[in-house]
Design a protein around this ligand. Structure first.
Ligand code: ADP
Ligand code: ZN
Ligand code: ZN
Length: 728
């Protein structure tokens, strides 16, 4: 072989050929497919990944350069993995070199090859297992965490907010011990499985259907919160482990809680389970990567990007809460981890389980068309009580801080009975705007077509879109009046109002502002579960994954925003959110009460959701999408463009619209984005739709080709989003 074809991280839809210098060809380690090499690029040295070895190159001999050197003796990407990345790049119309770059841990991107073959685990000693009383609360909490999980890695403990000092003092007292696990430890032994519940009938059917499936099969496990989906995952995993195979469990960003991880660790105490999420350091990522490729770790529980991990013997992929929007990357390579999971399962010929109480319409559509097999869990596993939904008509109701008097009375009743109450509002801060009582001035972000949110506690106005911060004005900038007031509600205001209304009741607020510090979310959740806080106020962070034993009332304040929106997915997202939030109630044995405040109680969607539940709503909504010829019935892509010069932005998109219409392709635009200006830049979109997916991709490929030569494209920032999940 005389030539290598390589991928390099450059924003071009192509690969590059290099000559293998004679002296390299004679070496014992010539370049291999999937290994990294160093190549000259312009006047730089760049890391490249070998895609193919060739005896012939189409590049003229005088244009060909010699590659420099081989970095890896062994490939870092298997042929199958390269195929996954090629598919990803093709599907999302993104350069292959950049796709590979995004998939790799940063040390590998940089051409380094550090050894990361061991990991520090911490466990209780016999003395520690007795949970002796300790003065330091953090030390006691650490012991409790280890009692829950069996063992945890040092890095996980740090991520939970435990300091090195806490860990060291427990080590000194010999209450915990440290072991080093190596990347060759996991042999295909029969895994130890701790005691587990006997599956109910529906669970047992789901489990045996999945375990009996041969080859590639996708399952939609549709079951309300608490119906025992996780139990089904666990018992399916048992079979995978017995076969000596690995499994990937994808969870939403917010669902990767110690509660989840501890449950897996407790069930399989001697099975190596690793985590993957955005808070890992570069070293930790490399560690997990290495453990995966050597099959030294059996289960990875990870967020979106764990879909690119190099499993040696992948036996199953599970996507929990598959409808969650955090599985879709919203910049650069705009991939959807759930959809790539389907490709990967197909590649490895293994089962894929998608679990949700509120399946995405995309997934449900496939299940109803028999592309995925539908498995339903209709009963709650432990308690069989259904929540009671109620619509509270806000028209003409007196309210304080957005809470109707009727709702207040209900809160009081539940608190009196010793229960917990959850108040949900998907807007953080104190108020979405300030308004001038004299002239009607509204606090707007100077750089975006949106308002600046009033954060009372820190005395700042913050734009939630561009992050711009300013001090709260004392006077109206337009008329000088001092009569400026908060307008609209945010979680901060709800918390303030409820503390004055219920001065003796501990309240906990959970939103992005209150949980910024490492470990603070865990601490707040812990407080809630210990029964400390009686009222929980929060945004959608409260809606997912967490278990609150005592919540008997859920109050949802801002339903109306989701009913009337320019995004055709808004109603789907609202229904998912309401159902997920409602799932937090009624876990303690008695039916929970779910109260929705709305000005439109007669709205057909709300009626359907409240009376018949998400399943019914979703099938109704799919019919509506069919009538309107929208995804998932059709396939969509959006070209977004932004720039300071509005004409350049519009011209760029107009240029993409062909003079003659194309059969099978619908184009809409250029149209202004729902948020027409962010951080001073104008934003426009072109929507592309087709019933036929191959046709859409054919069209997009041509368009991307054209864009690489378009002069207009160089004047704006543009991106292409295949299967977008929001319109912003
Ligand atoms: P989901 O993942 O659907 O929210 P879980 O698997 O977390 O549901 O189950 C909810 C609760 O019910 C958990 O505490 C779990 O241990 C328990 N559980 C699940 N399946 C069973 C079963 N078959 N018998 C008894 N308890 C069960
Ligand atoms: Zn004014
Ligand atoms: Zn802004």
């Amino acid at each position: 072989m005389s030539f290598v074809e390589v991928a390099i991280k450059v924003p071009l839809q192509r690969t590059f050929d290099y000559r293998i210098p004679a002296q390299l060809n004679g070496l014992s380690t010539p370049p291999q497919v999937g290994a990294r090499v160093m190549v000259p690029f312009g006047n730089q040295r760049k890391v490249a990944v070998v895609l193919a070895l060739k005896t012939h190159s189409d590049v003229p001999a005088d244009k060909l350069k010699d590659m420099f050197e081989v970095i890896d003796d062994e490939p870092i990407l298997s042929p199958q993995h390269i195929e996954l990345l090629r598919f990803t790049a093709r599907y999302y119309c993104y350069p292959l070199g950049e796709t590979i770059h995004i998939a790799l841990p940063s040390a590998l991107r940089q051409g380094l090859c550090p050894d990361k073959s061991s990991i520090n685990m911490v466990a209780l000693t016999d003395k520690g297992a007795k949970l002796p009383s300790l003065k330091a609360k953090s030390q006691l909490n650490l012991l409790k965490q280890l009692a829950e999980s069996g063992k945890s890695s040092l890095t996980e403990l740090k991520a939970l907010g435990f300091s090195k000092k806490t860990i060291d003092s427990l080590l000194n007292k010999a209450l915990i011990s440290q072991t080093i696990e190596h990347d060759n430890q996991w042999q295909q032994q029969t895994p130890t499985v701790s005691t587990k519940p006997t599956l109910n009938k529906e669970q047992a059917v789901a489990c045996s259907t999945i375990n009996q499936a041969q080859g590639f099969n996708s399952f939609l496990l549709e079951g309300v919160t608490g119906s025992g989906k996780t139990e089904v995952y666990l018992q399916c995993l048992e079979d995978v482990l017995k076969r000596g195979e690995q499994a990937l469990v994808l969870v939403p960003e917010i669902g990767l809680t110690p509660q989840t991880v501890n449950r897996f660790r407790r069930r399989f105490p001697d099975t190596p389970i690793m985590l993957w999420h955005s808070a890992l350091t570069d070293n930790e990522r490399l560690q997990t990567w290495r453990f995966c490729e050597k099959a030294s770790c059996a289960i990875v529980i990870g967020t979106r990007s764990s879909i690119f991990l190099p499993f040696l013997k992948l036996g199953m992929i599970i996507v929990d809460e598959e409808h969650d929007s955090s599985f879709k990357q919203q910049d650069t390579l705009r991939y959807h981890a759930r959809d790539l999971a389907a490709y990967r399962a197909f590649q490895h010929k293994i089962p894929l389980i998608l679990g949700s109480a509120t399946p995405a319409l995309e997934t449900l559509h496939k299940a109803l068309n028999n592309k995925y097999q539908l498995l339903s869990l209709t009963q709650r596993a432990q308690t069989s009580t259904d929540n009671k939904f109620q619509l509270l008509d806000m028209k003409g109701q007196p309210d304080q801080a957005g809470i109707a008097h009727g709702s207040l009375a209900t809160i009081r009743q539940h608190l009196k009975r010793g229960k917990q109450v959850m108040v949900f509002l998907n807007r953080r801060g104190f108020a979405p705007t300030l308004i001038c009582h004299e002239c009607g001035w509204l606090s707007e972000c100077k750089r975006c077509s949106t308002s600046a949110t009033f954060h009372k506690a820190i005395g700042q106005m913050i734009c939630h879109h561009c992050g711009e911060q300013e001090r709260v004005p004392h006077q109206c900038p337009d008329c000088g009046s001092t009569q400026i007031f908060p307008n609209g509600k945010g979680t901060e205001q709800i918390e303030e109002f409820l503390s004055s209304e219920f001065p003796d009741t501990p309240i906990s607020r959970i939103d992005r502002d209150s949980t910024r510090r490492k470990g603070s979310l865990e601490k707040a959740l812990d407080d809630i579960n210990q029964g400390g806080a009686r009222i929980l106020v929060g945004t959608q962070m409260l809606a997912k994954g967490h278990h609150f034993a005592d919540v008997s009332l859920v109050l949802i304040l801002d339903v109306d925003g989701g009913l009337y929106s320019c995004d055709f997915r808004a109603t789907e997202h609202l229904a998912q959110l309401v159902t997920q939030v409602a799932g937090r109630a009624g876990r303690s044995g008695e039916p929970g009460q779910v109260l929705l405040q709305t000005h439109f109680p007669e709205h057909p969607l709300l009626q359907d959701l409240v009376n018949n539940g998400y399943q019914d709503f979703a099938r109704f909504a799919l019919q509506e999408r069919d009538d309107a010829q929208l995804p998932p019935i059709t396939n969509m892509a959006i070209v977004r463009a932004e720039g300071h010069n509005i004409k350049q932005v519009v011209d760029f998109l107009t240029d993409l619209v062909p003079v003659q219409s194309l059969t099978g392709i619908q184009l809409l635009g250029p149209i202004p984005a729902p948020l027409e200006r962010i951080a001073g830049k104008y934003r426009f979109q072109l929507h592309i739709q087709a019933l036929d997916r191959p046709l859409l991709h054919q069209y997009l490929a041509q368009m991307v080709d054209y864009l690489s030569t378009s002069k207009l494209a160089q004047k704006v920032r543009w991106s292409l989003d295949v299967d977008p999940i929001d319109m912003i």
